[in-house]
Design a protein around this ligand. Structure first.
Ligand code: UD1
Length: 418
């Protein structure tokens, strides 16, 4: 297994190119199951999760070819409508094939994703929503077994809780359902708008992207298209925090400031300077920042996927800050590891009280999940001496060429065998 060694204390300066969005890419790839014509996706990041989705789609029969920097996916000949446990257990987003398979082939069998380090993460909203579109669903033997012998039918689905994945599954399924579907209280994350834009390019009729209500007029079939995946807003935010935590000045290219407005506002409040640029934006910080409070919320609120990284920043801020997690029940796995580096953090239920310290010290730390790993790398960038982050396979699920990008702006970071 690989590990990453970071020698802290370098001010980062220069430019970092941002990759395509992992979370959007996964949903867009699943959406290609909705059509028998080829779909070409540009800007898919080279990440372990994208490789897992590729393996899953291939075993369904999708032909996938990478050429000229784009990936062509052709789901003309589907040989299986079952998503097996072996792949789903590695990546929860596999459940996104449920809606498209059910809509186009009238049946799908998808392994239930198991628990996960950050919380129990049920899929009840996906199942209930599809049942409202007329699917008959049984959960037996660890599998979701869904069928709709006469096809799905449009309906009004009101989500009791905002869910990114359930919104994605339902909007995909509704594109081929008979009649109109109205989805209320949907997630407004930019990845949903990206998925809707691809679906519209494939011939779907959808209104309301970016609002709380999506209206989908079902069509008999979809066709092929070419589409470019949006920038990864969590990678964007992670590097924005890297610039701030090191008192550096970094331009993030191929991305958009409006994807991370909530983070940018907090960075400015804490004392950093954020400047829009033609192809992205720049973050700089000249002095240590001040502690501020943050609560995670569905978009446009502060993303749970940046909570761990923001906590790393707050460990070295002046004063105290309170970080409250409202999306996942167990998303403080980075806290004991940050404490091993000298951070002063107290947990009270779903809130973490962080009192800024003058300096962190390098230590051996263990990565528990994707974003927690990123938080430890950020802490390592500012800690005295060397930090070794173990079990970094989590990072490879979500950050494309992380070390290379950080070395490019002056960090001292290298990967080696554990
Ligand atoms: C997606 C993102 C993940 C991000 C999360 C929240 C992908 C591949 N992953 O995950 O990086 O952290 O959004 O922004 O896009 N819930 C239920 N029942 C359900 C579904 C969800 O109770 O059927 C709960 C979850 O346990 C959680 C909350 O709803 O507490 C939000 O989860 P959801 O938005 O569904 O997250 P994911 O789509 O799994």
């Amino acid at each position: 297994m690989d590990q990453i060694r970071i020698t802290g204390g370098q001010r980062l300066s220069g430019r970092i190119p941002i990759s395509g969005s992992k979370n959007s890419g996964l949903a867009l790839m699943a959406a290609t199951l909705l059509t028998g014509e080829p779909v070409t996706l540009a800007n898919l990041p080279a990440l372990a999760d994208i490789a897992s989705m590729t393996a899953l789609l291939r075993q369904h029969g999708v032909e996938i070819k990478a050429r000229d920097g784009a990936t062509s996916l052709n789901a003309e000949k589907i040989i299986s409508t079952t998503a097996p446990y072996d792949i789903v257990r590695k990546m929860r987003a596999s459940v996104l094939v449920l809606g498209p398979l059910l809509a186009r082939f009238r049946e799908a069998t998808v392994s239930l994703p198991g628990g996960c380090a950050i919380g129990s993460r049920p899929v009840d909203l996906h199942i209930k929503g599809l049942q409202q579109l007329g699917a008959e669903i049984e959960v037996t033997g660890g599998y979701i077994r869904a069928k709709a012998p006469k096809g799905l039918k449009g309906a009004n689905v009101v989500f009791p809780k905002v869910s990114v994945g359930a919104t994605e599954n339902l909007v995909m399924a509704a594109t081929l359902a008979e009649g109109e579907t109205v989805l209320d209280n949907v997630a407004r994350e930019p990845e949903i708008a990206d998925l809707v834009a691809l679906l519209v390019a494939l011939g779907a009729r959808i209104k309301g992207a970016g609002t709380e209500t999506l209206r989908i007029e079902g069509v008999p079939q979809l066709h092929g298209a070419k589409y470019s995946v949006m920038a990864d807003r969590i990678e964007t935010g992670t590097f924005a925090i890297a610039a701030a935590i090191t008192g550096g000045s970094v331009s993030l290219d191929n991305t958009r400031l409006d994807l991370i407005d909530s983070l940018a506002e907090r960075l400015v409040e804490a004392g950093a300077v954020v400047t829009k640029e033609e192809n992205g934006f720049q973050v700089s910080a000249e002095r240590s920042l001040v502690g501020i409070d943050v609560m995670t919320e569905p978009f446009p609120g502060f993303p749970t996927d940046l909570q761990a990284q923001f906590m790393a920043l707050m460990t070295v801020a002046r004063g105290a800050s309170m970080l409250t997690e409202t999306i996942f029940e167990n998303r403080f796995m980075h806290v004991p590891e940050l404490r091993r580096m000298g951070a002063n953090i107290n947990l009270h239920g779903s809130s973490a009280m962080v009192r800024g310290v003058k300096r962190l010290t390098g230590a051996d730390v263990m990565a528990s999940d994707l974003r927690a790993s990123a938080s430890l790398v950020l802490a390592g960038l500012v800690a005295d001496g060397d930090t070794v982050v173990h079990r970094i396979y989590h990072l490879d699920r979500g950050y494309e060429r992380l070390e290379e990008k950080l070395v490019g702006v002056g960090a001292r970071i290298e990967r080696s065998r554990d």
